[in-house]
Write a protein that binds this ligand. Structure first.
Ligand code: GDP
Ligand code: IMO
Ligand code: MG
Length: 432
């Protein structure tokens, strides 16, 4: 029996939430290990739709422990808003059901202001962040200035940290012409919110260790994706955390051997929201058709997602850097009805052929996709729940993708609905 880590294999929004929710039926604990409320994970269960940002997808299943690990940056106000929103949808979420690492760093209002001010200052070089303060919060974490969840229980520590934080940021804020942090006001806000956050705080590492010793199944839920990883993605057009499977162990507080199988999630085509290189992007009617059929609008910001053909070079690289053992291929149904489909199998750059995504920013923006054209299918795959229901050309498309990305398809998703999912190889029992 093995624990499973789920990570995005493209640029996010691959359907991680749907797959984690489906898998979590057989898990005991679901853990978020990086990112923050920049994530938007949509779950469709019968006539209910849940939009989760900070909460692990396990919150929708009674009896599962949902965990926000140390590697997550937590906006405490966003946490409470989401909690209330989900409770209003009928979910029971009490401290026994939801655990937040006491070592997690907080996103403060100043981080959001800095994120937005920097983006505005970058003009046409902007990253297109979600504006939620993710980058500045991780900067403060690495800079050893951050306020952590546990600090909310120690007024004196909190006061000293807030004062140092104000001292550090106010010089920069003055330079930007932005309002400065009033340490007394920030301290009062944090003290006011502390009693609502602290009941959820605890030793995640200990609970995960207990779960491991009791042979409980742990599901690690990634946010963002390998191509948005701060090391392995399209830097600087990335998020500020590591999104690869190695981070699941670090960001949760458990050893890497606790993860038995890494499931990468990939769409049957490609999307990206925000700025940055995207070799297979289609700015034509095909791109617009993919966007319309796939309802490609961001869950968090509502922005239209950029759309393009499946990029096998990029996903193969994500398989290797992310440590992916198998793929859940999602949104196959969106490709129904295309006469032909294209798959990117290599890039051209300055007269040479590349089998990888280059590291240099200029090269990343200049690579040209080289395509292989494959036959599409006229039949509908939407809602298919067995392999036998798939048209022959859809199976051929899947098989070709497996070859190109050098990883097997373990799961297939054919609609937003939880149960419209085909299991090919069970990640919990497959082994690496
Ligand atoms: P995440 O960030 O990776 O969890 O993905 P999002 O939830 O942001 O975006 C994926 C979107 O596609 C959501 O609206 C899902 O409901 C939807 N979705 C997931 N799987 C499928 C599928 O197989 N087919 C279709 N048509 N939609 C899907
Ligand atoms: P899920 O978990 C898609 C993108 C932003 C921007 C870049 C940096 O739903 O797949 P940030 O706010 O993190 O500093 O923004 O990363 N981005 C995402 N794109 N899905 C996400 O999450 C994303 N989270 C961040 O659009 O390009
Ligand atoms: Mg999303």
């Amino acid at each position: 029996m093995s624990n499973v880590a789920v990570i995005g294999a493209q640029w996010g929004d691959e359907g991680k939430g749907k797959i984690v929710d489906w898998l979590s039926e057989r898990a005991d604990v679901v853990v978020r290990f990086q990112g923050g409320h920049n994530a938007g994970h949509t779950l469709v269960i019968g006539n209910q739709t849940y939009k989760l940002s900070l909460m692990p997808s396990g919150v929708v299943r009674p009896g599962k422990l949902a965990v926000i690990g140390s590697g997550v940056v937590v906006d405490p106000w966003a946490f409470l808003d989401e909690l209330e929103r989900l409770r209003a949808q009928g979910l029971v979420l009490e401290p026994g059901d939801l655990l937040v690492a006491e070592t997690a760093c907080l996103i403060l209002p100043v981080h959001r202001r800095l994120d937005q001010a920097r983006e505005a200052a970058r003009g046409d070089r902007k990253i297109g962040t979600t504006g939620r303060g993710i980058g500045p919060a991780y900067e403060d974490k690495a800079g050893r200035r951050a306020v952590r969840v546990a600090d909310l229980a120690e007024p004196e520590t909190l006061k000293a940290k807030v004062s140092y934080l104000a001292e550090h940021h106010n010089a920069y804020l003055r330079g930007l012409g932005e309002a400065e942090i009033d340490p007394a006001e920030l301290l009062a806000e944090l003290m006011a919110i502390a009693p609502r956050i602290l009941p959820f705080a605890g030793r995640v590492w200990e609970r995960l260790d207990q779960a491991r010793l009791a042979n409980k199944r742990i599901l690690f839920e990634g946010a963002q994706a390998v191509m948005l990883d701060v090391d392995h993605g399209t830097y600087p057009f990335v998020t500020s955390s590591n999104t690869v499977a190695g981070q699941a162990a670090t960001g949760a507080g458990i050893g890497p051997t606790a993860i038995g199988y890494v499931l990468g999630i990939a769409k049957a085509y490609t999307t990206r929201v925000g700025a940055g290189p995207f070799p297979t992007e289609l700015q034509d009617v095909v791109g617009r058709t993919l966007g319309e059929r796939g309802h490609e609008f961001g869950t968090v910001t509502g922005r239209a997602r950029r759309c393009g053909w499946f990029d096998a070079v990029m996903v193969r690289q994500a398989v290797k850097t992310g440590g992916i053992n198998g793929i859940a291929l999602t949104k196959l149904d969106v490709l129904d009805g295309f006469k032909t489909l294209k798959v990117c199998t290599s890039y051209r750059l300055d007269g040479s052929t590349l089998d990888h995504f280059p590291a240099a920013q200029g090269a990343q923006s200049r690579v040209e996709p080289m395509y292989e054209t494959v036959d599409g299918w006229a039949e509908s795959t939407r809602g298919a729940r067995s392999w036998a229901q798939l048209p022959a050309n859809a199976i051929k498309y899947i098989r070709r993708i497996e070859e190109l990305i050098e990883a097997p398809v373990a799961l297939l998703s054919t609609s937003p609905e939880r149960d419209d999912t085909i299991l090919v190889k069970d990640p919990f029992t497959a082994g690496p």
